[in-house]
Design a protein around this ligand. Structure first.
Ligand code: NAD
Ligand code: ZN
Ligand code: ZN
Length: 338
């Protein structure tokens, strides 16, 4: 099978031929229809986030068609369209037992710990990591497994603050942010939505997706959010970048007793003390999502309430795609279609 390989920081991704993986008794081999390119992959390629082995096939946003199943697998069969739930946990720790595999202390994420989906085929360790698509296009489903699942969990963390007369500010209208706007619209239609980005093109997209206000991050973000909220600030802010500048803008934008959810893993620091954030403002991170939440997201898409904006590219285009994502030159999500 054709597969891309991340060899080392600073080297281009290579396209190689590898033997098809052997399929063990509980495993499933999925022929990849779509594999999203996430900004987290850039953090890996840039050496900011480590991987367990090199070379490795990146790609944690996957969907496709079941090609082969192990002798003990009865849950799916060859030909089934499936989304790959990517937050593979150990399955036995307390958090995995609660269904929160995305919080497992010993995760084995594809594309980080083991080979991922930027290839023609992906070996999935257990059918519990697959969700049947029931008619949904697997190329559309691929980005839903992260670019929609992650903001779904993040928006739900903020939901208690939202509703009529309330405001959600979304920082970064990229792969995740453009889904966050749609998810927020679907879950809390009466909430005022503010989109913040450095790119006017991304803000134009946010407007098309129903943002009530768009703010260019090169201006005074906190003042603009306060102006749009009668001086109070946003009841919730979700930061899909997470660098020093966006975290500072998030704190300048969030209301007293509001909520700040940090999703972006750019590694910025948020100065925290009694006086550094608004009174009783809650600050949390949010990591990916669980299987139940993925099923919810797929249902939102099936009902036409959310739809990722995707650009299809072959595996061979991966290095150009990475360069464009770096430059902020991707609208929505690029999905590799091997
Ligand atoms: P992306 O590159 O598609 O989008 C990032 C967006 O942020 C772009 O529109 C860019 O113009 C905008 N931006 C950059 N600097 C900005 C600034 N200073 N102010 C406002 N906007 C700015 O990235 P993505 O794939 O959507 O990922 C976003 C972040 O979320 C990345 O850090 C990624 O690693 C992380 N991520 C986290 C999780 C999680 O579980 N927590 C999951 C997936 C991705
Ligand atoms: Zn990701
Ligand atoms: Zn676990």
């Amino acid at each position: 099978m054709k597969a891309t390989r991340f060899i080392e920081v600073g080297q281009p991704i290579q396209l190689v031929d590898l033997p098809d993986p052997e399929v063990g008794p509980t495993e499933v081999l999925v022929r990849i229809s779509g594999a999203g390119v996430c900004h987290s992959d850039l953090h890996v390629i840039d050496g900011e986030v480590g991987v367990r082995q090199k070379p490795i096939t990146l790609g944690h946003e996957n969907a496709g068609i079941v090609e082969r199943v192990g002798s003990l697998v009865t849950e799916v069969k060859p030909g089934d369209g499936v989304a790959v739930f990517g937050a593979w946990g150990c399955g036995v720790c307390a958090l995995c037992e609660q269904g929160e595999e995305n919080l497992c202390q010993k995760p084995i994420y594809p594309g980080v710990m083991v080979d991922g989906g930027w290839a023609e085929k992906l070996l999935v360790p257990h059918p519990r990591n697959l969700v049947k698509l029931n008619g949904l296009d697997p190329v559309i489903a691929a980005p839903l497994t992260d670019a929609a699942l992650t903001p779904y969990r993040a928006v739900r963390k903020a939901l208690s603050r939202l509703g009529p007369g309330r405001t959600l500010a979304i920082i970064g209208v990229g792969g995740l942010g453009h889904m966050a706007l749609q998810i927020a619209r679907a879950l809390t239609p009466a909430t005022q939505l503010i989109a913040i980005d450095v790119s006017d093109a991304k803000l134009a997209m946010a407007k098309e997706l129903g943002a009530d206000h768009c703010i260019n991050a090169q201006t005074e973000v906190g003042a603009a959010v306060k102006a749009a909220t009668g001086g109070a600030g946003a009841d919730a802010v979700i930061d899909f970048v997470g660098n020093d500048a966006t975290l500072a803008n998030a704190v300048a934008s969030v209301a007293i007793a509001g909520k700040l959810v940090v999703v972006g893993i750019a590694g910025g620091t948020l100065p925290f003390s009694f006086w550094k954030i608004p009174l009783e403002c809650e600050v949390t991170t949010s990591i990916w999502g669980n299987r139940r939440e993925l099923k919810d997201v797929l249902e939102l898409a099936r009902r036409g309430l959310i739809a990722p904006h995707i650009e299809r590219q072959p595996l061979s285009a991966i290095n150009e795609v990475i360069a464009r994502l770096h430059a902020g030159d991707v609208r929505g999500r690029v999905v590799l279609t091997p």
